[in-house]
Design a protein around this ligand. Structure first.
Ligand SMILES: [Zn+2]
Length: 208
């Protein structure tokens, strides 16, 4: 804010009063310029937060909810929102023309697509027995680190991880956090070799 007389931005708020209409929050201010002593009034208005639809995916399932957002708020894919008690990450934004965009002000939106950040990460494991592939699904802590080369036990199978598929790429070396991993590929090992961790209790039951 600037003084209408001298243009200074050294402004002091003498008085502020908040009012509210059906769709707007109105802030009435009495201000004083500390450079030229002019006292002046200013009214600020903000659109009130309104309900936006959010579809939250939790692995294979999804649910519909609503979130209150200021219509002029800028939203981007990757932002974390709080829906009730749940932290969700925006995965896509659908605007009024039916297009999916990476960034928009809320008033353009029809639906916010998001994924829950409060549930474990889920990924597949494929262990290749020369063409016959054993597949499992596991849930682990989102920040659990999987490193290529790790020796893992799952039920009575021992295997070494030789590659990973993440949301963005295929990896043959290095490591990734579970929350970005889609699938882990392994080569079977002889029984009872020393292993780094056991994922048996993390197996997702097929009824899920
Ligand atoms: Zn002034």
């Amino acid at each position: 804010m600037r003084c209408p007389i001298c243009g200074s931005d050294y402004i002091e708020i003498l008085k502020s009063k908040n009012e509210s209409s059906k769709t707007q929050e109105i802030e009435k201010l009495i201000l004083k310029c500390n450079d030229c002593e002019t006292v002046f009034r200013k009214t600020l208005t903000h659109d009130k937060p309104t309900n936006f639809r959010v579809i939250i995916s939790e692995h294979e399932k999804s649910k519909k909810d609503f979130i209150q957002i200021y219509p002029d708020e800028m939203l981007s894919v990757g932002d974390i929102l709080k829906v009730g008690e749940e932290n969700v990450k925006i995965t896509s934004l659908e605007n009024k023309r039916g297009a999916r965009v990476n960034k928009t002000q809320a008033f353009n939106l029809v639906t916010i697509w998001a994924s829950s950040q409060d549930i474990p990460a889920r990924f597949g494991i494929s262990i290749d027995y020369h063409g016959r592939v054993l597949s499992k699904k596991v849930d682990v802590e989102r920040d659990f680190i999987i490193t290529i080369g790790d020796v893992v036990k799952i039920e009575d199978v021992y295997f070494r991880i030789n590659s990973l598929k993440t949301i963005e790429r295929k990896m043959r070396k290095g490591f990734a956090v579970a929350s970005v991993i889609k699938r882990v590929y392994g080569k079977p090992l002889p029984h009872k070799v020393p292993y780094r961790y056991d994922l048996t209790s993390n197996i997702v039951k097929s009824s899920d």
